[in-house]
Design a protein around this ligand. Structure first.
Ligand code: COA
Length: 145
């Protein structure tokens, strides 16, 4: 399994993975494409034999950063791919000199919460009805200080 930076030509595969894995609040082709116009955005893909099996993205804003999305294709979960993706986003943010990384996760999404806890994120507060289906999110934070 390899981790590399996103390329523009990856967008169709990324959009297809979003459609397979999320029922709502998916990223569209347009949303992925807009990342390439944002110099503060950094995205990685995980590949296996040339096939994209996961991805993640982060936006840097001065001394803080936001993890935007992390996803691993269903058949490749529980094999350490998500951990590698999150690790590479954290390393990128650290290299940019940020102090804090934030992210939002559905309160029902135990696998993702555990992944972030394993990477030293802590829950800081909840946002009520954050998602379009009415579910709350937990905001999580990793501080380098
Ligand atoms: C969350 C997700 C990215 C995890 O990817 P993954 O490749 O399976 O994760 P890893 O194998 O690297 O697991 C790392 C840690 O995450 C936690 N974890 C991952 N899947 C888990 C599960 N199903 N149940 C419990 N803990 C889980 C564990 O702590 C695990 O460490 P361990 O293997 O030492 O127990 C994956 O389940 C996914 O794509 N889910 C759908 C998309 C999503 O919800 N993204 C997050 C949006 S905020």
């Amino acid at each position: 399994m390899l981790i590399r930076e996103w390329k523009f030509e990856d967008i169709l595969a990324l959009t297809a993975l979003e459609e397979q894995c999320f029922e709502s609040d998916r990223w569209s082709y347009r949303t992925f494409a807009s990342c390439y116009e944002n110099s503060a955005f950094f995205g990685v893909v995980a590949t296996e034999g040339g096939e994209i099996i996961g991805y993640g993205g982060i936006t840097i804003a001065a001394d803080s950063a936001d993890i935007e999305n992390v996803l691993v294709a269903e058949g490749y979960r529980r094999g350490g791919v998500g951990n590698k993706i999150v690790g590479s986003l954290i390393e990128h943010a650290r290299g940019c000199g940020v102090r804090d990384i934030f992210l939002e996760v559905r309160v029902s999404n135990a696998p993702a919460m555990r992944l972030y806890l394993k990477n030293n994120f802590v829950g800081v507060y909840a946002r009520t009805r954050y998602y379009s289906d009415g579910e709350d999110c937990l905001v999580m934070k990793l501080s380098f200080t």
